[in-house]
Design a protein around this ligand. Structure first.
Ligand SMILES: [Zn+2]
Length: 239
C-alpha cells in the first residue's frame, strides 16, 4: 500500500491544474511571528486594536509605528524550503495559482509569480487619497509617509479587520479553486474567513484536496488526505 505522501506525490505529478493555499504556518517555519494573540502584543496593544481603519484614522502614527516594528521583524526573515518547493511546483505545473493569507512577502521573495496575496503585502503602501499603490521597503518608514503623486497620507496595503478582500483577488482565487485538479492547503488554521471556506469550494468543484499542517484543523475532516507535519519538512518531499 502506498503511503499518503506517495499518493499525494503521484496525484500532483498527474495534475494539470494545481492551486495552493497558504497561511501563517508556512511563515512561522521562517521564524515570522503570527502577530495574533500574545504573539501580536506590542506596547500592550493587540493586533485587533491596531489593524483596523478606525485605529488608523484615530492615530495613524501609532499604527505606522506598529507596522515599522513588524517590518523590522520580518525584514530579517528568509523563505524556507516550503516556499521554494511552491515555486518549483508553479514552474512545472501547467495551470497554477497560489493564494496566500500571509502579508510578509516571502512567497514573492522565493520567486512565486502566479499568486494572490489576499490579505495584502507589508512591503506595499497605498495612498488614502488617490489609491496609488507602490512598493516601499524602507525600515523604518519615515513618519508620516505621504503619496508622491498627490501628497495624501499613505497606509499599509493590508486588508485590516472589518475590511473586504480586493474584488480582483477574490475573483482570481475563486476561479483557481473551482478549476484546479488538486488543492494543497498548507499551514492554515482554517478559522479565518473567507479563506476558511476555500477548501470546501475546491472540494465541491471536484478537486482532490490535501492538507499539510502539524495540527488538526476544522477543515481536516473535509479533505481527501492529511499530512501532519511542518510545511518546510513535507513540501520538499513532494517534489
Ligand atoms: Zn495619492
Amino acid at each position: 500500500m502506498k503511503s499518503d505522501l506517495a499518493i499525494l506525490k503521484s496525484t500532483l505529478d498527474a495534475a494539470g491544474a494545481v492551486t495552493v493555499l497558504t497561511g501563517a504556518g508556512i511563515s512561522s517555519d521562517s521564524g515570522v511571528p503570527t502577530f495574533r494573540g500574545t504573539d501580536g502584543l506590542w506596547r500592550n496593544f493587540r493586533a485587533e486594536d491596531l489593524a483596523t481603519p478606525q485605529a488608523f484614522s484615530r492615530d495613524p502614527r501609532l499604527v505606522w509605528e506598529w507596522y515599522n516594528w513588524r517590518r523590522e521583524l520580518i525584514a530579517s526573515k528568509q523563505p524556507n524550503p516550503a516556499h521554494h518547493a511552491i515555486v518549483e511546483l508553479e514552474r512545472r505545473t501547467g495551470r497554477f495559482w497560489l493564494i496566500t493569507q500571509n502579508v510578509d512577502g516571502l512567497h514573492r521573495s522565493a520567486g512565486s509569480e502566479k499568486l494572490s496575496e489576499i490579505h495584502g503585502n507589508i512591503w506595499m503602501v497605498r495612498c488614502t487619497a488617490c489609491g496609488r499603490i507602490e512598493e516601499n521597503r524602507d525600515v523604518p518608514i519615515p513618519f508620516l509617509p505621504s503619496c508622491r503623486q498627490c501628497g495624501g497620507l499613505l497606509r499599509p496595503h493590508i486588508i485590516w479587520f472589518g475590511e473586504s478582500l480586493g474584488h480582483e483577488d477574490l475573483m482570481r482565487s475563486t476561479a483557481a479553486l473551482k478549476q484546479c485538479d488538486v488543492l494543497l492547503v498548507i499551514g492554515t488554521s482554517g478559522v479565518v474567513y473567507p479563506a476558511a471556506g476555500f477548501a470546501a469550494v475546491a472540494k465541491e468543484a471536484g478537486a482532490f484536496v490535501a492538507e499539510i499542517n502539524p495540527e488538526p484543523t476544522p477543515q481536516s475532516e473535509l479533505v481527501d488526505l492529511v499530512l501532519r507535519g511542518r510545511a518546510k519538512e513535507i513540501m520538499p518531499l513532494l517534489l
